[in-house]
Design a binder for this molecule. Structure first.
Ligand code: C2E
Ligand code: MG
Ligand code: MG
Ligand code: MG
Length: 288
């Protein structure tokens, strides 16, 4: 009986993992096809300076226009891209495509526009990472001073010595570094003071709890104070409403990003948004 049960269990797991592996294999195949067919697309979300009310930067966010399944969000395919190694090719494409696009906007009159790109842990721990970035900047004639690389707090803390080593090289090129999703990883001021970073991006989950959740408020205040102590920029992601905006303004959080301003947009829509709102030249009408 036990043997039989064991067999059934085995079969169940076998079938289960088999179909999962099948799905994964199909997705992997689709992903490789989609790289060739240009089915990946970058969306852009503006980042606003709280003090001046101006858009200073855009964050590039990848989307997959799957030929049958429609638009797929990065949380669904980045993990598979990482496991299969496709992330290296995809990640390079992201940096190259974003640099090309933002360079175009700079030439078209938005001269000061900066760019943030997200980097996956696999890219960050690849030994060619810095030279790949350097080559893309040269190829696209993108000024490194306008590039910001977003690494999650967790990624940086996984191996602080590695992070310092990479950050120093990026910094030497003129690139700035943001710690994304900050506050989720529980690193202390003591841990981050040695990192040559330029910005802390407060994790969106804390912003969404403003102004009702006291714990979230304390965390946000602490992170903004931390940034000030380190003489770096504080930024809040997922700003969705006026209450959150006014709260962050009051705390002198330096930068904001979120649906309140606009969701991420495809390139042509982003360009129109810049032109219509002239946010690079005029202040965002803050309610304050
Ligand atoms: P992230 O870098 O923290 O990006 C912010 C995410 O919050 C984006 O989700 C954005 O669409 C979303 N968002 C923006 N404003 C709001 C808001 O007001 N409220 C809420 N609830 N969400 C908002 P998205 O585009 O689905 O990306 C999710 C994550 O996937 C990113 O988090 C980033 O970690 C990763 N990712 C996106 N693009 C890339 C990429 O090109 N390469 C790599 N390696 N990772 C990427
Ligand atoms: Mg990010
Ligand atoms: Mg984030
Ligand atoms: Mg996030």
């Amino acid at each position: 009986r036990a043997k039989e049960k064991g067999k059934n269990t085995y079969e169940f797991y076998y079938n289960h993992s088999d179909s999962k592996a099948g799905d994964r294999l199909a997705l992997e195949k689709d992903m490789r096809k989609s790289i060739i067919n240009n089915d990946f697309e970058l969306y852009y979300q503006p980042q606003v300076n709280t003090h001046t009310g101006k858009v200073t930067s855009v964050e590039a966010l990848i989307r997959w226009n799957h030929p049958e399944k429609g638009v797929i969000a990065p949380s669904h395919f980045i993990p598979i891209a990482e496991e299969t190694g496709i992330i290296h090719e995809l990640g390079e494409w992201v940096v190259r495509q974003a640099c090309k696009q933002v360079r175009k906007w700079q030439v078209d009159g938005f001269a000061e526009l900066q760019l943030s790109v997200n980097i996956s842990i696999k890219q960050f721990y690849n030994k060619n990472f810095v030279s790949v970035i350097k080559d893309i900047l040269e190829e696209t004639k993108f000024d490194p001073k306008n590039l910001d690389i977003e690494i999650t707090e967790t990624m940086a803390m996984k191996d602080v010595d590695h992070a310092i080593h990479i950050f120093e090289q990026l910094k030497a090129l003129g690139i700035s570094i943001s710690l994304d999703d900050f506050g989720k990883g529980y690193s202390s001021l003591n841990h981050i003071k040695d990192l040559p970073i330029n910005r802390l991006k407060i994790d969106g989950s804390f912003i969404q709890d403003v102004p009702t959740n006291q714990e979230a408020i304390i965390i946000i205040k602490t992170i903004i104070a931390m940034a000030r102590t380190l003489n770096i920029t504080s930024m809040a992601e997922h700003v969705e409403n006026e209450d959150q905006l006014n709260f962050l303004k009051q705390l002198n959080c330096d930068e904001m990003q979120g649906y309140y301003f606009t969701p991420p947009m495809p390139a042509n829509k982003a360009k129109k948004w810049f032109e219509e709102h002239s946010y690079l030249h005029e202040k965002i009408p803050f309610s304050s």
